[in-house]
Design a protein around this ligand. Structure first.
Ligand SMILES: [Zn+2]
Length: 317
């Protein structure tokens, strides 16, 4: 059987070439939910990616979805300049990230899904359909981002989840769903499973905002991936709490369901803008502590084998 492939902004590659994967980050982002914290400068994002690459990250999954300042042309430029592999996302975020009047609010499920499919099959739209006539970028998306709100999904978010499910089935790609403070995980899995998405294609992001190991074990038992992506957010809780959580999950036999990302979504978190912790934090500060807790084999699985499975392209279903 040929080795599974992953779609990067530079084209398809075999999963074994991904190396260490940061399963959720952002190289370019703009949202009305974080005014003044946008980042769209090619030189600075290149510098940040270069530092991340030097720290040991081989592949970044850029989870900036449609309408949040996604820049396929600049992602290609960063990949070319730094050698870092970049998997880009199609899909849609939760309501809070779209200004009043944005086309995403009123689009039908069919239109929302069709735009995802074009990102996956043809190439990402260069301006996220603000200029509908523009030609697609050559870079194709290799993952789908979706989002729900705190303990609920609004009617518009449910339409977008449905469109993301259609896109995932048609394109054979994974869906990563933003959870607000780690809530609504079971319900998101119920919803997507009901729409025909197999659990192995579902990644729940930010579950570590609610570091409840019993709940996480229940969710992991359903066969979905749990993404931990708030290391270095000392304002939430110390990293030691997150290390305890990882250790408990691995001890309970759920190590193969865990992914790490950093979700750097603010200019003030990037070293290239004078902030922190920056893209190098995962490998420089966090992973050495993970290795001491769970050993090299379990750590390497989380960094490489798990994301290789999670993001591998599958035949359309
Ligand atoms: Zn994010």
């Amino acid at each position: 059987m040929p080795e599974p492939q992953v779609m990067t902004v530079s084209g398809p590659v075999s999963v074994s070439s991904l190396g260490v994967v940061d399963a959720h980050d952002h190289l370019f982002l703009r949202t009305p939910a974080l005014p003044g914290d946008e980042f769209d400068d090619l030189e600075r994002s290149t510098a940040e990616a270069r530092e991340g690459r030097a720290s040991g990250i081989d592949t970044v999954v850029d989870m900036t979805p449609i309408g949040l300042g996604r820049r396929p042309d600049l992602l290609r430029a960063v990949a070319d300049a730094t050698g870092i592999r970049i998997i880009a996302a199609s899909g849609y975020h939760r309501d809070a990230h779209y200004p009043d009047g944005h086309w995403v609010h009123d689009a039908s499920v069919d239109e929302l899904a069709e735009r995802i499919v074009r990102d996956l099959e043809v190439g990402m739209h260069p301006s996220d359909w603000n200029d509908p006539e523009a030609a697609p970028d050559p870079a194709r998306a290799g993952a789908i981002k979706s989002g729900a709100s705190y303990h609920h999904a609004s009617p518009a978010e449910r339409r977008r989840l449905e469109a993301c499910a259609i896109g995932s089935r048609r394109g054979g790609v994974a869906i990563l769903v933003h959870t607000e403070i780690g809530t609504f995980g079971h319900e998101i899995v119920d919803l997507l499973e009901g729409l025909g998405v197999p659990p192995r294609r579902i990644i729940l992001a930010h579950l570590d905002r609610n570091p409840d190991a019993e709940l996480h074990a229940e969710i992991a038992s359903r066969g979905v991936y749990l993404e931990y992506d708030t290391m270095g957010r000392t304002k939430y809780r110390p990293d030691s709490d997150l290390l305890d959580l990882v250790e408990r999950m691995v001890a309970a036999g759920h190590g193969e369901r865990i992914l790490f990302g950093q979700d750097i979504g603010r200019r003030s978190m990037l070293r290239a803008y004078g902030g922190g912790p920056g893209l190098r934090y995962l490998m420089e500060r966090f992973v050495p502590r993970v290795r001491r807790r769970i050993g090299d084999a379990a750590t390497d699985a989380i960094l490489s084998a798990n994301p290789a499975r999670a993001f591998a392209l599958e035949p359309p279903g």
